[in-house]
Design a protein around this ligand. Structure first.
Ligand code: NAG
Ligand code: NAG
Length: 537
């Protein structure tokens, strides 16, 4: 009863902001167990503006299974008169249950240590595949604008990262590469971008870059080289690079940087080939190139690394592996064993989402071993597995919960940025020439000139909108038996941003101490995610 009283007093103190935001136009998808989707078209789309908390206050944004989408409230930082600054304890070694201040099952208590700082954050984003851009072009001009503004605009979720395939991938209408003809053309005399690039992808990319307020950093990945470079002369299956084309494949990457430069588009990073295991263990029936760690090491050390570093694109970051969590050590350690120079050439290690059944602590281990390499999450989607019953799960809150859960895991284990897969797909989760349909945060209904934002869109936004580039992760220590999933960062302006997820079927009361004496307390609805921006000044 005492708890309930305290909670109702706190709730009474929270004032709802009446803001200019356009609300989610909610649609019930009519499937039991699902949440709502938000409908956008040429004349309407929901928006979100970030409120700047005044000193001593905080702003909370809530999304939930029950249907809240970035719902705003504000509150004041409170002072606990029973505490003094001198209980400013060490951040570590505090998860001893005997010391927990609270052992109830619904009260959650954390202490945030703003001076214990970890990695800097690069940002968040999604991918401009052929499929995404083909779907986008199905919309009228005005609806296209609303879609891009939803992702990149100041009233959208302000993405600042994009990944693009170098030529085709499975999310294309047909398999293709650049310089397919003539065969054995090691000089790449016929390297031209595709009609998909000119008609779909580059316009979407240019519009995104124009819409964003800050620099959008682009990461480019090849899925397969032209098949004449490969041992199996096929786009899929068990096939590696023919040694006589190691340099040609490095040049294939350099040529892409040159082609985009002609469009005034700067590529921030390249990866060393998408999912290299797919061409070694050929279970994935789409565009691939197999690399063993030793082969990848030789190519990076002798070809790709020198080619990029000796070019005018010498600042381009190189991310190795670009594959699942459980393969990172195998590749990176194997590369180091074969040729340590290959490790010197890389700026970071890229990881995908589909092996997240192994613990995220793998990432921290890798960071400890290679403290100067960035960890970047370059691909994620829900519904990709053969055993996934539904490729697209309209309005699924569980999929949004998974996104939030794995982003929190990754960021708490040193990942600096997180790039979602297709920015938008059709209602079947395509097009995909290899029938590898998956889900996406936005689905496009071309005939109705309409698109819908799924819960996953808001899951991404809870991070991308509120954690700007240059923010830094800080220490969160648990002081209660009960938990919620959590992350805290400090922004360049000194504000603290906390992302919390309560994946439980009932509510949690969360007590967050930001210093020995100052705290905030709030109630987390069942199955909800909150981003809290605190101005501690
Ligand atoms: C260059 O590429 C285009 C497009 O694939 C192809 O039609 C053309 O035949 C190629 N040129 C040569 C000389 O192979
Ligand atoms: C990197 O490239 C720029 C031109 O883009 C050049 O001015 C600079 O000297 C190069 N740096 C190195 C270390 O080669």
């Amino acid at each position: 009863m005492r708890v309930a009283l305290v909670v109702s007093i706190i709730c009474a103190l929270i004032v709802l902001i009446t803001s200019e935001d356009r609300q989610c136009q909610a649609r019930n998808v009519g499937i039991p167990g699902r949440s709502i989707v938000c409908v956008c078209n040429a004349v309407y789309c929901d928006s979100i503006t970030r409120e700047n908390p005044a000193p001593g206050t905080y702003v909370v944004y809530t999304s939930s299974y029950a249907g809240q989408r970035f719902e705003k409230s504000v509150g004041n930082i409170e002072v606990d008169p029973t505490r003094t600054e001198d209980d400013n304890v060490r951040p570590e070694n505090d998860e001893d249950e005997n010391e927990f201040e609270d052992t109830s099952l619904i009260r959650v208590s954390y202490r945030i240590f703003t001076n214990t700082r970890f990695q800097f954050i690069e940002g968040f984003g999604g991918s401009i595949t052929d499929a995404a851009s083909i779907n986008w072009r199905k919309l009228s001009r005005a609806a296209q604008t609303n879609l891009i503004e939803s992702y990149f605009g100041p009233e959208g979720i302000e993405y600042n990262l994009i990944r693009i395939p170098i030529a085709g991938c499975d999310f294309s209408t047909h398999p293709y590469t650049y310089n397919e003809y003539p065969w054995h053309d090691a000089e790449l005399t016929n390297y031209t971008l595709s009609s998909e690039d000119y008609f779909y992808r580059l316009p979407m990319l240019a519009t995104s870059l124009r819409t964003a307020r800050e620099e959008v950093k682009i990461t480019a990945s090849a899925w397969s080289p032209p098949i004449w470079m490969k041992t199996n002369e096929r786009i899929t299956g068990f096939g590696q690079l023919r040694p006589q084309y190691y340099q040609a494949y490095a040049d294939y990457h350099l040529r892409f940087l040159e082609e985009l430069e002609k469009m005034n588009i700067k590529v921030w990073a390249i990866t060393t080939t998408n999912e290299p295991i797919n061409g070694i263990v050929p279970l994935a029936p789409f565009n691939s190139l197999g690399w063993l760690p030793s082969q990848l090491a030789r190519w990076v050390a002798n070809n790709l690394g020198p080619t990029i570093r000796n070019s005018r694109f010498n600042q381009t970051k190189i991310f190795a592996v670009d594959d699942q969590r459980y393969l990172l050590h195998y590749y990176v350690l194997g590369m180091e064993r074969e040729d340590p120079k290959s490790i010197e050439y890389i700026d970071g290690i890229a990881v995908h989402y589909y092996g997240n059944f192994v613990p995220a602590s793998i990432l921290s281990n890798l960071q400890n071993r290679y403290p100067n390499k960035m960890l970047l999450s370059t691909e994620a989607c829900e519904g990709p597995m053969p055993w996934d019953e539904h490729k697209v799960e309209l309005g699924s809150w569980d999929r949004a919960r998974n996104y939030v859960r794995y982003i929190l895991q990754d960021l708490n284990n040193f990942v600096v940025g997180w790039i979602d897969w297709n920015l938008c797909l059709d209602p079947e989760g395509g097009p995909n020439w290899a029938n590898n349909f998956v889900d996406a945060p936005i689905l496009v209904y071309g005939d109705q000139d309409e698109f819908i934002k799924q819960p996953m869109f808001y899951a991404m936004g809870h991070f991308s909108k509120f954690i700007p580039r240059g923010s830094r992760r800080i220490q969160v220590s648990r002081r209660s038996l009960a938990t919620v999933e959590n992350l805290a960062v400090i922004k360049p302006n000194g504000h603290i941003v906390v992302v919390l997820q309560n994946a439980n079927e009932n509510e949690r009361i969360v007590h967050l101490r930001i210093s020995a004496t100052r705290f905030i307390e709030l109630t987390m609805e069942a199955r909800s995610v909150k981003t809290i921006e605190i101005n501690p000044n």
